[in-house]
Design a protein around this ligand. Structure first.
Ligand code: GDP
Length: 434
């Protein structure tokens, strides 16, 4: 039971560098939920879900939408790319999953405008340091939000207010482009007249979906309904708790979930952390357990480790229990979901990092400075592989003993109980742990 309401409110959070398979886990959990809400990030999320015989890649809309009848919300902590939002909306409708009346967007959410994408690209191109962003304008939109010149969904509902807010944001973008030595006119592409970009074409539709997300969730919980709060990216990409500056521009961790939808923290009753059975990272920054080149190519192929948003190859490595334990603490995990176990099926031996060695000292702490994480040497424990397929397993007892032993060790090292293990891309390929 939630702190103050009869309904259950569960946060689902990534515990590595994103791409843990949160979309699949949310898709499975959404079967029992009434409301699914995102609390941060933008159209850089890129969940891939297999349902109804189709593959759906959702960047902006919560994957809960694939379950008919569920209400799906974007909280105030999300930055919304309206062009992407309505493109996904129309795509779902075309494929028979009509989202009408089931989608809500917080009037307090900020919007990503065309000049945010230009700023994102130009900052990466000429701005010196490369973070490896997805180039979707998320960072600049969050910068505008913190700089109090952002444009919110609620502003767009009044066209005069909208134009004023957009003009201020464009003016700032132009000044930034000048500082970067880029062409300021890039901030107003096309015919160089101020318009609302994708937002302009969608204003009427926006009025239909704008809502008070916090109030909706509070009402749902008061009525005894079940709510899922879906995180994007992962703990090691959190702007505070991740490998700064190689991080995303929002707080990804469970603590941000309450603020990102507009409910109190005592309302949250459970936090499920999603971990892949190994580790991946897309974009720049440290990855202590990175494989050597040969193994990297092998696991990338087995796990199809290419970004859903950018198509970029993900770097792969062994399971990092130092990070898992850190994530368990930072997020207050009440349980974990392990995904992509099947990807390890053919390996003769599997390693797990149990500690890091830095300057001759061994430690189980996740260092706060990325430059230190870059220098650590993982301390590995080697476990025997199982070398048999797991993708048809539906119960714990269907798994080979070595696979169970591996999962038991992950659970022990992470310090949170396993709730679910995923053994394939399909909705049915899941083992509910007891
Ligand atoms: P998310 O952003 O955390 O939702 O992760 P992504 O969707 O970017 O990446 C997860 C990818 O792994 C998707 O292509 C899923 O279809 C796939 N996936 C999820 N769970 C499993 C699993 O248990 N086994 C395999 N082989 N693939 C999985």
């Amino acid at each position: 039971m939630s702190g103050t309401s009869p309904g259950k409110c569960t946060v689902v959070v990534g515990c590595q560098w994103g791409d843990e398979g949160k979309g699949k886990v949310v898709d499975v959990l959404a079967a029992d939920a009434d409301v699914v809400a995102r609390y941060q990030g933008g159209a850089n999320a890129g969940h891939t879900v297999h349902a109804e015989g189709h593959e759906f890649v959702l960047h902006q809309i919560p994957s809960g939408i694939l379950h008919p009848g569920k209400r799906c919300l974007l909280g105030n902590g999300v930055v919304v790319d309206l062009g992407q939002f309505f493109a996904e909306y129309d795509n779902l409708a075309e494929r028979g999953l009509d989202p009408r009346g089931r989608l809500g967007v917080s009037a307090r959410a900020h919007v990503v405008l065309p000049h945010h994408k230009v700023l994102d690209e130009e900052t990466e191109r000429v701005g010196g340091r490369k973070i490896g962003t997805t180039g979707r304008g998320i960072g600049p939109a969050y910068e505008d939000k913190a700089g109090r010149r952002g444009v919110r969904v609620g502003d767009l509902l009044d066209s005069r207010r909208a134009l004023k807010a957009v003009a201020a944001s464009v003016e700032w973008a132009r000044s930034r482009l000048r500082v970067l030595g880029a062409d300021p006119d890039l901030a107003l592409p096309g015919d160089a007249t101020l318009d609302l970009g994708d937002a302009g074409a969608n204003l009427e539709r926006l009025a239909e979906v704008a809502t008070d997300v916090g109030a909706e969730i509070a009402d749902a919980l008061a009525a005894g309904r079940e709510v899922l709060l879906e995180g994007a990216q992962g703990t090691a990409l959190d702007v505070d708790h991740g490998t700064y500056p190689f991080v995303t521009s929002s707080s990804t961790t469970a603590g941000a979930a309450a603020a990102g939808v507009g409910i109190g923290p005592t309302t949250i009753s459970a936090v499920t952390g999603v971990v892949k059975a190994y580790t991946t990272r897309v974009g720049n920054g440290p990855l202590p357990t990175a494989f050597d080149e040969k193994m990297d190519a092998r696991v990338r192929r087995l796990g199809a480790e290419f970004g859903a948003t950018t198509g970029r190859p993900r770097r792969c490595g062994w399971f990092d229990a130092v990070l898992a334990r850190y994530s368990a603490r930072v997020n207050g995990l009440t349980g974990i979901a392990v995904t992509k176990l099947d990807v390890l099926d053919t390996l003769p031996e599997i390693e797990v990092a149990t500690a890091y060695r830095l300057d001759g000292e061994s430690s189980s702490a996740f260092p706060p400075v990325a430059a230190d994480l870059e220098r650590v040497e993982p301390v590995y424990e080697t476990l025997p592989g199982w070398q048999s397929p797991t993708s048809n397993a539906r119960r714990k007892t269907d798994l080979p003993p070595n696979a169970r032993a591996y999962l038991d060790r992950i659970e022990e090292l992470a310090g949170a109980p396993i709730l679910m293990v995923s053994v394939g891309t399909r909705r049915s390929q899941v083992i509910h742990w007891e």
